[in-house]
Write a protein that binds this ligand. Sequence first.
Ligand code: TXA
Ligand code: MG
Length: 327
Amino acid sequence: MAPDIPRAVALLRSGELVAFPTETVYGLGADARNAQAVAKIFAVKGRPADHPLIVHLPLNTKLELWAREVPAAAYALADIFWPGPLTLILKRDPAVPGIVTGGQETVGLRVPDHPVARALLAAFYSGIAAPSANRFGRISPTTVQHVRAELGDRVPLILDGGPCQVGIESTILDLTRGVPIILRPGAIAANDIADILHVQPQVGAAGDESAPRVSGSLPRHYAPRTPMLLVDLPDLQAEVKARIAQGLRLAVLSRTAIPIRNNLVYWQRSVPEANTYAHDLYAHLRELDSKDVDLIVVEAPPRSGEWDAVNDRLTRAAHGYTDDEEP
Ligand code: TXA
Ligand code: MG
């Protein structure tokens, strides 16, 4: 059945929530100009109120409607990367409700590249504030089934757009602090941005008190319920065997290791290539998490730049569980 865009627009106009697909992950949307509607997002997600939301815009929206002091860099990047998985942090226009920006003086803006999101935004003809459509701290949804599992009947309408093409959240770039700063790595890499701006973006310094709050920058985020361990390839087989010897049930996500066949082990292979790995990552983590095991073991990807976004998500998902720790 084709997504019911007119009903989605009517719901948004009446202050209700609509979950919708984007090219990165599914979003949980509300009218960004309606503070009461946006408040429902926080209630449904269980998200702390001081965490800002990204405003999704139709293509060719005047940025000045949402931001003041739009720097030349913003136009240049929007021109190249929108619609697409890049969120720009700009100084907010005073008319943007404080609940959208978490009370900060900045606003995150992005034009998503998914036919359903684009049709929705074109018909709504304004901004839709939307975080990922999962409960706070959990794995972002990349299929409509994931959204149903996370939010179920708490949302009046979930638009089905199939599996998300990119699979991990947008790159977030702060353009309000003189030098461009990447607050969250994504499919658009630092070098892609540098090619346009002719300056290399910095990578957001964790623990900087003056830095904007990014919930994706919390140490533990995007997390499965099952404890998760990241292990480098040379140690993977030994680690798995040692855990089996302890009687633990394991779910393993591996790119390159030879699978270990054992009753205690569920082994999921992933592709060796970064973009496809990212595309499948959250679906794989959900699947491993559903296996009712004691521990998830993930083969750590390479440390090279193309893996930055994946490594960021895996490190946060595994946070709190280290090699030395019992799960
Ligand atoms: O790909 C995406 O960005 C997806 C899709 C739905 O667009 N959205 C998404 O939203 O990942 P969410 O809320 O799960 O993550 C948005 C991140 C949060 O970490 C939030 O703190 C940050 O963006 N953010 C939003 N506005 C900000 C601002 N003004 N300053 C700094 N960070 C901001
Ligand atoms: Mg999120």
